[in-house]
Write a protein that binds this ligand. Structure first.
Ligand SMILES: Cc1cc2nc3c(=O)[nH]c(=O)nc-3n(C[C@H](O)[C@H](O)[C@H](O)COP(=O)(O)OP(=O)(O)OC[C@H]3O[C@@H](n4cnc5c(N)ncnc54)[C@H](O)[C@@H]3O)c2cc1C
Length: 398
């Protein structure tokens, strides 16, 4: 499985183009099967590129909808939109991310050196499948969606370990580790996200969808939803800025590594600074992927920009101010960073730069601007807008 996720935009595009012919019926019928890491799969395995936006959701859906009708590729487009939905939902409830981080830290302390936790992370529980997925995750940085669901369910309901530590284990090992998709999917399995609805992994379902590789014994037979204090109502989406205006430095972070012409439409870019800070990622596999992707993007963006392209290790106010001065500008534009460590760091940097007379503007992609406002409630009301919004964006006819 090594080398499966080559951290370049070209490799992501090649994977996308190879997958597109299979994005219709083959995906819809085969997407739930996980026959093993070394076996062909009906899923696209594009998540590392999508996570850091080396490929973006719009271009992936556009490529799929160029070859398939929406009816034929509905399942695939819908899965990509789960990512968009989780992002929009968390953007309007940032306190749920903070709540996760705080509870994780409390549980970490509480379960320090507890054997059951170590056994679960090391794949030594004796539960067939679960142990294999724990090792697969650590060895490859990836798990099939169904394996993620089974794993999370067994962690919470059979092993009775805190869900926040399971989510943390995923964050530390997945290449595609993502604040919204990971936290909210774990919450969904636990019954916190959709009130009263949990996901129970069963031996039959696992055996059926793993081609009989695993049929674990002793799994929990019921899954009582976990409880928590009420989820706050959705707050308005934070304002984003415009790329147009005075000459600017383009700041590229790990949240959106291939900002294309559509994003900086109308901007006068005088220089580019790529700051993919490893301290803002959770695990070494993600750090390795992003570090190489940053080198790749430095070369690609260099071809697109007349101004200097600078790559720095840390995302901090000093480095950004220096790059802005070198480009002769007092305005910095950057792709909007959704809830998570990069967004928190950008908020600090914006305050620090203000003191130096430099403005930091976050610019949101049309895709997010179009879909996020509909993520106030559940996925099903969100999905009802899918066809119309894709049509409005010129991606499909309904
Ligand atoms: C407990 C749990 C934790 C998860 N943690 C993450 C995470 O940290 N990062 C992450 O990107 N995804 C996460 N997912 C969602 C999903 O499992 C992965 O996105 C998917 O398995 C990636 O494989 P793929 O690219 O082959 O997906 P495909 O099936 O080919 O789907 C295409 C793309 O759609 C998106 N997508 C597909 N399914 C989902 C989904 N259920 N939720 C959100 N987006 C989806 C992904 O960007 C994916 O690359 C998690 C799911 C669960 C159940």
């Amino acid at each position: 499985m090594n080398g499966l996720f080559e951290p370049t935009r070209a490799a992501g595009l090649a994977r996308l183009h190879a997958f597109v012919p299979h994005a219709g019926r083959a995906y819809a019928e085969g997407r739930n099967s996980d026959l093993g890491p070394d076996r062909p799969s009906a899923v696209s395995r594009l998540s590392p590129w999508l996570r850091y936006r080396l490929l973006n959701e719009q271009e992936v859906c556009a490529a799929v909808l160029e070859q398939h009708s929406l009816a034929a590729a509905e399942k695939y487009v819908q899965e990509v939109l789960w990512r968009t939905y989780w992002k929009g939902w968390l953007e309007m409830r940032p306190g749920i991310w903070t709540r996760f981080v705080e509870e994780r830290d409390v549980q970490r302390e509480r379960l320090r050196n507890v054997r059951a936790l170590e056994q679960a992370e090391e794949g030594r529980t004796g539960i067939e499948g679960f142990d294999d997925w724990a090792r697969e995750l650590v060895e490859t940085g990836y798990l099939h969606n169904h394996a993620r669901m089974w794993f999370a369910s067994i962690w919470i309901f059979t092993l009775r370990l805190p869900w926040t530590l399971g989510a943390d284990f995923f964050l530390r090992h997945l290449i595609d580790a993502d604040a919204a998709s990971n936290t909210l999917s774990w919450r969904w399995v636990a019954g916190l996200q959709t009130a009263g609805k949990t996901y129970l992994a069963t031996a039959d379902n696992i055996a059926r969808h793993t081609g009989g590789r695993f049929a674990p014994k002793g799994l929990a037979r019921t899954a009582e939803p976990l409880t928590e204090s009420p989820v706050p109502a959705a707050s308005p989406l934070p304002q984003a800025g415009s790329a147009q205006g005075a000459p600017a430095l383009l700041l590229v972070t790990s949240e959106d590594m291939a900002p294309d012409a559509a994003l900086w439409r109308g901007a006068d870019i005088r220089g580019i600074c790529i700051a993919a800070d490893p301290a803002l990622l959770w695990g070494d596999r993600a750090r390795g992927f992003v570090a190489e992707a940053a080198r790749d993007m430095a070369a690609l963006l260099g071809e697109m920009s007349a101004g200097p392209v600078k790559q720095v290790d840390g995302l901090d106010a000093g480095a950004v101010a220096q790059a802005a001065r070198a480009a002769g500008v007092s305005r910095v534009i950057t792709p909007y960073a959704p809830v998570g460590p990069v967004a928190a760091r950008l908020a600090d940097i914006a305050r620090a730069l203000q003191g130096e007379g430099i403005e930091l503007v976050q610019v949101r992609r049309d895709w997010d601007e179009t879909f996020w406002p509909h993520a106030r409630k559940g996925f099903f009301p969100f999905k009802q807008h899918m066809g119309r919004l894709l049509e409005d964006m010129g991606l499909t006819r309904i």
